[in-house]
Design a protein around this ligand. Structure first.
Ligand code: PEP
Length: 267
């Protein structure tokens, strides 16, 4: 049977971005059922990290549930302010997320870039704020279909990541999510080989900016129309260490099946 190529030091991460879905009551039911589903399937949590990214208003409820029942599910926010506090209506500080025991926070998701005008500089400032507050930023980069046609697959994500990482201190603990914009929500995922062709230069950028040890330890996720039927192919690639899942993360059976990608590896 083929095996995944993720080095032991990089535990695969399967992360579900719920976007603007599920209120706090639905979140409690969802996380509880997800935990049961993963337990029933005897998932070995020493070998995989599972995280959810609920809306802000759900996080307190998820924290309480995960803490009380000691569920092996990590969680984080979908965005963070670059500011710590002050007159920034609607913003959420990294300190507030850390106080709710969030481990991660997404920064630079393509929907934030497109709908809220976030530049690489802003994303860098948000990633720096996350690191400052002890959160692991999941830094999203990726090219549009237009970028792909004009510049090829890796030029834009590499340039984005280089600018963002310039804002971070050496040794920062980060996750990078390569999400081609044309693959998000389109049902048309990149091929594993395409994803690897971008992930390898992204790892080189991490080495340049944060050092070889950080590059070797940093998980690079693929995101864009990931499903149980295609996850195994991505995890076979040398530089892909997990997935950021949108639509399929809202279906418990499907998400649970993605988490159990090892079962599909030989397929
Ligand atoms: C996303 O929005 O980060 C994403 C990857 O979405 P989907 O899985 O639905 O393509």
């Amino acid at each position: 049977m083929a095996s995944v190529t993720t080095p032991a030091a990089r535990i695969p991460l399967i992360a579900g971005n719920w976007k603007l879905n599920l209120d706090h009551l639905q979140a409690i039911a969802f996380v509880q059922k997800l935990a049961w589903s993963l337990k029933d399937a005897s998932v070995d949590f020493d070998g995989i990290d599972v995280a959810v990214f609920p809306p802000f208003t759900d996080i307190r409820s998820v924290q309480t549930l995960v803490g009380a029942d000691k569920l092996p599910i990590q969680y984080g926010g979908q965005d963070v302010s670059q500011h710590d506090s002050g007159a920034y209506t609607g913003e959420i500080s990294g300190a507030f997320l850390a106080a709710l025991d969030c481990r991660y926070v997404l920064v630079g998701h393509s929907e934030r870039r497109t709908l809220h005008g976030e530049t690489d500089e802003i994303v860098g400032a948000k990633a720096a704020a996350a690191v400052k507050h002890g959160l692991v930023p999941v830094i999203c980069v990726g090219e549009t279909a237009d970028d792909l046609e004009k510049h090829g697959p890796s030029a834009v994500p590499v340039a984005q990541l280089r600018t963002i990482l310039a804002a971070l201190p050496a040794g920062s603990d980060i996750v990078v999510a390569y999400e081609p914009v044309w693959a998000i929500g389109s049902g048309q995922a990149a091929t594993p080989d395409q994803a690897q062709q971008v992930a390898a230069p992204l790892r080189a950028v991490i080495a340049e900016a944060l050092g070889d040890d950080v590059a070797a330890a940093t998980r690079i996720l693929y995101g864009g129309s990931v499903k149980s039927g295609n996850i195994a192919g991505f995890l076979r690639e040398a530089d892909i260490d997990g997935a950021l899942v949108g639509g399929a993360s809202l279906d418990i059976d499907e998400f649970s099946s993605i988490v159990r990608f090892q079962k599909h590896v030989g397929v």
